[in-house]
Design a protein around this ligand. Sequence first.
Ligand code: PXL
Length: 278
Amino acid sequence: MNFLPLTPPGQTPHRVMTIAGSDSGGGAGIQADMRTFAMLGLHGLVTVTAVTVQNSVGVKGFHEVPLDVISDQLEAVASDIGLQAAKTGMLASSAIIETVAETWDQLSLDAPLVVDPVCASMHGDPLLHPSALDALRTRLFPLATLVTPNLDEVRLLTGIDVVDTATQRDAAKALHALGPKWALVKGGHLRTSTRAPDLLFDGTEFHEFDAERIDTGHDHGAGDTLAAATASALAHGCSVPDAVAFAKQWVTECLRAAYPLGHGHGPVSALFRLTALD
Ligand code: PXL
């Protein structure tokens, strides 16, 4: 695959921010995002929203970061370092979503924003209070350049059960109607398909992204990695369809390189890039 352009040593790389939760197991969340940013040659910035207590078996609980600390992280970084793109992951509550949306608005950031509407871990442990779905739809989606729900999140956000191409199109239209410039309905969880087709919609045109389905028991952090790679490509000025096509290839290679960890599910691995450089 083709990677993003690298910055020569000593020069400042493009900056991309993750607004997300910490995963103590290091597989998903901020840790996965930062790994993808680094392996793609970008400088990663962080606004931590919540600290999860988890391992490869499941999420034991999480602690929300105080709202002023969330807005202060974003402000401190934006006013000094600057950023060319951002992505959101675990936001935990409607108050955190409101805070992120309000701060993003106040800072008038002219950067693409990828919203990955994380609702639960792969084990089904909740990472977002159910009452916060409305804040996601009404406050954050209208600010988004792109939203990237998986099929479980699509069901929660739109009520649509995606079972085939027709319902995937309906879901893309329903998501786009909530205000983002683009909606990506990820097909990775579409068990009827032997491929993993994703569908992108901008209100006019559909773009389909096909990829080989990598059957691995270790796919922790796959959604985060896709959104982080998309934001990285957008930071470099790629169009949304090009950024999604790039990220899809990236996450496919990360899935191919996924490894066992602990007693449960292992993470996808952006570390494959190091062997590609070897
Ligand atoms: O992969 C979704 C996700 C995002 N963020 C955090 C997580 C998870 C999944 O477990 O723990 C912090």
